[in-house]
Design a protein around this ligand. Sequence first.
Ligand SMILES: *Cc1c(COP(=O)(O)O)cnc(C)c1O
Length: 352
Amino acid sequence: MNLQPPEIRIDLYSDTLTKPTDGMRAFMAQAEVGDEQKREDPTTLQLEAEVCKLLSKEAAIFLPSGTMCNQIAVHLHCRPGDEIILDCTAHIRNYEAGGAAALSGACIYPLDGDAGVFTAAQVEAAMRPAINHSPHSRLLVVEQTSNGGGGTIWPLETMEEVSATAKDHGLACHMDGARLLNAVVETGITADRYAAPFDTVWIDFSKGLGAPVGAALAGSRKLIEKAWRWKHQFGGAMRQSGIIAAAGIYALKHNVERLLDDHANAQLLAIGLEKIKGIRVEPVSTNMVFFDVGGLGQTADQFNEALLERSLRVSTVSATRCRAVPHLDIMKPQVKEAIDIIGEVAGGFLGR
Ligand SMILES: *Cc1c(COP(=O)(O)O)cnc(C)c1O
């Protein structure tokens, strides 16, 4: 049975909700295309070249999703029995259907970081001894920004420290840069500086950048050449992908700087929510606002249900925590309205 989706006027579920704008659609429609698997799609090649330049890497490969970027990177770096060191909140660990184990036979060593950011000392302490009993410590993963950590920005220095420690022990380093450009616009530190300590790094076009689909993984020529094989094996090789690659090109040109609007809206939302009794707001660094509704005696799901009745949606990330993410399709008046609705719903619960 197909359920009718609820009518949602203000949807703060995720920045994945962004819909291609008229300008983006027009640009996509006129894209030159060819057979991508034969590396004959000019628009896809152009996007890959732009990503190389942005990240100062030798090569890049266009892929259907960020998840595939992560999984191909894990496959490039790890053999079965190898271990990945990452933060316990990492997307690779929690939201990729166990892909690292299923597709690459890798195990995971989760670190208990601070809002998704761990230290070189924690990496050092996680290193396995070179004995036959232990998995091989093989890959370090950093997520910029940290999604599960609350949209936190990794300081460049901390990134450099953790990757230096990992490299000292012979590990490869990978950056899940789904929202790398959110960090870039917020700090003014260029994407290639953030990317420099990493063997592989990728950015997502389908989150705040507003493209309907697509991500690109970058690294050395040698690694990306190998990635082409796994792209075929994982079923990610495409045909006339220029239609969607064009959306990525358009997004890099038009939708990067405006991520700051999302960050401003997130701050506005956080300031509004802080004034609401029974709600505890976590610090906001970029485009995500995490808040806890336990003080209202409600679960996050119950609270979200009540918001849905008012045509507002957020996402729920644990028993009592919610996440709201302003994006391309959310304007300031809607943020203000969202604050009012959340305040009224919360007041209703407290009044009972
Ligand atoms: C969304 C996301 C991914 C996966 O990207 P998809 O394009 O949805 O497959 C990976 N890592 C992080 C941090 C994400 O937020």
